[in-house]
Design a protein around this ligand. Structure first.
Ligand code: MF3
Ligand code: CO
Ligand code: CO
Length: 282
């Protein structure tokens, strides 16, 4: 359906035109390239404020783009004060950069969203500072695989519940848990659009995917129980049992035949091993 605005949408989900998709491809590649740039700086002794400043300056001065989190204020939230999210150890998401120094063994999610020519690109990766524990490395790599277990389901005709179910069953079979309160999201001219992309669910339920939809898949996985709480700064979410939490995020386009991962870059980690056995869509 085309509304008065001329924007095509189905069930409140915007469908990107070929030129919209070009805009999304650029914004998403830039977001991924911020992570490539940032990676060598994520070392013991660096503060998360320094990581924030490095990303801010790279996005603004090198990419000519805008860091979407800065002053972002969804209903019920105070404006987000920094340009990136840095969530360490038991922090699940939305960690606010500060004067805290990273130390060996920390795990940190860096979540980057840039706006370029009005389009949003959103992606995050985990980094392990120095030598991580076996449990930390396992959590980060299984969460990466969980994201991809969801991505490979994406094609026209499947339902959002199919994605959530693939992620949830994989995670829970490993003895880990999926956070329920936060989810992936449609993305485009707005940071957070319809639909919500749950990382748990039942096959054959929820919205049907159509070519031109863009959304993120960004599972948050806890080593312990799935329950979370807000930490008191209005943004940072932590695990209730203080267990470690990990997250990875890509922005995905639904194509005629499958999916296109828009937030890939030269520094993106290798695909998980199970992908070698899965047909890559065109
Ligand atoms: N980038 C986050 C996401 O993946 C949202 C961060 S909102 C912020 O949806 F304000 F904390 F930046
Ligand atoms: Co997101
Ligand atoms: Co994000």
């Amino acid at each position: 359906m085309t509304g008065a605005s001329g924007i095509i949408e189905i069930m409140g989900i915007t469908i990107k035109s070929p030129s919209d998709i070009e805009g999304m491809r650029l914004a998403c590649r830039l977001a991924a390239e911020v992570l490539d740039y940032l990676a060598p700086f994520v070392v013991a002794g660096v503060t998360t404020d320094r990581l924030d400043q490095l990303c801010h300056d790279y996005i603004v001065d090198v990419q000519g783009a805008i860091p979407a989190p800065l002053n972002y204020a969804p209903p019920g939230y105070k404006p987000y004060p920094k340009s990136i999210c840095t969530s360490i150890n038991q922090q699940v998401c939305h960690g606010i950069p500060s004067d805290r120094e990273l130390k060996t063994g920390d795990i940190i999610n860096c979540d980057i969203t840039v706006i370029k020519n009005g389009w949003h690109g959103d992606t995050s990766r985990m980094f392990i500072v120095g030598e991580g524990s076996i449990a930390a490395k396992r959590l980060c790599s299984l969460t990466y695989e969980a994201m991809w277990r969801g991505i490979v389901k994406v094609r026209p005709g499947i339902k959002l519940g199919d994605i959530g179910h693939a992620i949830q069953t994989f995670v829970e079979n490993q003895g880990l848990s999926v956070v329920r309160e936060f989810c992936g999201h449609g993305i485009g001219r707005k940071f957070h659009e319809e639909p919500q992309v749950l990382h748990y669910g039942r096959p054959g339920t929820l919205e049907t995917l159509v070519p031109g939809m863009c959304f993120t898949i960004e599972p948050m996985v806890n080593a312990g129980r799935r329950e979370i709480k807000e930490s008191g700064d209005g943004w940072t979410i932590v695990t209730k049992d203080r267990s470690l939490s990990a997250q990875w995020e890509h922005t995905i386009l639904v194509t005629e035949t499958g999916y296109e991962v828009l937030t890939l870059s030269a520094g993106s980690p290798a695909l998980p091993a199970f992908m070698n056995a899965v047909a890559v869509p065109g």
